[in-house]
Design a protein around this ligand. Structure first.
Ligand code: IMP
Length: 176
């Protein structure tokens, strides 16, 4: 069985959309400083590209959530395995996710961050698979809505591989 990677979103399309999101965030928070919190490990590439395009004073940090599901889908049992080191009290916080799939992880993290008394809290996700949603969640800034396909690249992995691809792709298995 050979593997083939089919491009779903090109490097150029990602760069253009990240630029648009950065402009929107820059406009919405004019005159304020913001705190960008990226989820490890998938949102690392997204955060570094987006933060450099946002023309606002900003703090950045990362947090990590783990969910204990059946390996392919997240269960509702999400836990924070690495919290942010920043104090969020009175800050304008934006949680940056790589993808919202069932919604469990983002929902858990947004609830947790709201308890830290930020001045405001919004969710920004590069990708969303709306057809997979189990728990309703509002995404304030969304890069792309995608179909129900398992995607890799630009930070997203399959078994820790393919994060370094500059585009978003779908892994296909082919009988040779
Ligand atoms: P949730 O189902 O919304 O809680 O998403 C949990 C996590 O599953 C995401 O943060 C991703 O790390 C991972 N995930 C969901 N869909 C994909 C995918 O298509 N490719 C790679 N990782 C995914």
């Amino acid at each position: 069985m050979a593997e083939r990677i089919e491009t779903l979103i090109t490097e150029e399309e990602i760069a253009k959309r990240v630029g648009e999101l950065a402009d929107e965030i820059t406009r919405d928070y004019e005159g304020k400083s913001i705190t960008l919190l990226g989820t490890l490990t998938g949102a690392v590439f997204f955060l570094t590209d987006l933060s450099r395009k946002i023309s606002l004073a900003q703090e950045i940090d990362f947090l990590k959530a783990s969910s204990y599901g059946d390996g392919t889908t997240s269960s509702g049992d999400v836990r924070l395995s690495l919290p942010t080191k920043l104090s969020l009290e009175g800050k304008h916080v934006i949680l940056l996710e790589d993808i919202v799939d069932t919604g469990h992880t983002s929902h858990y993290l947004m609830d947790f961050l709201a308890l830290q008394n930020p001045a405001s809290l919004k969710l920004c996700s590069l990708l969303s698979k709306p057809s997979r949603r189990v728990i309703e969640i509002d995404i304030d800034y969304l890069g792309f809505s995608i179909p129900d396909e398992f995607v890799i690249g630009y930070g997203l992995d399959f078994a820790q591989k393919h994060r370094n691809l500059p585009f978003i792709g779908v892994l296909r298995s082919e009988v040779t």
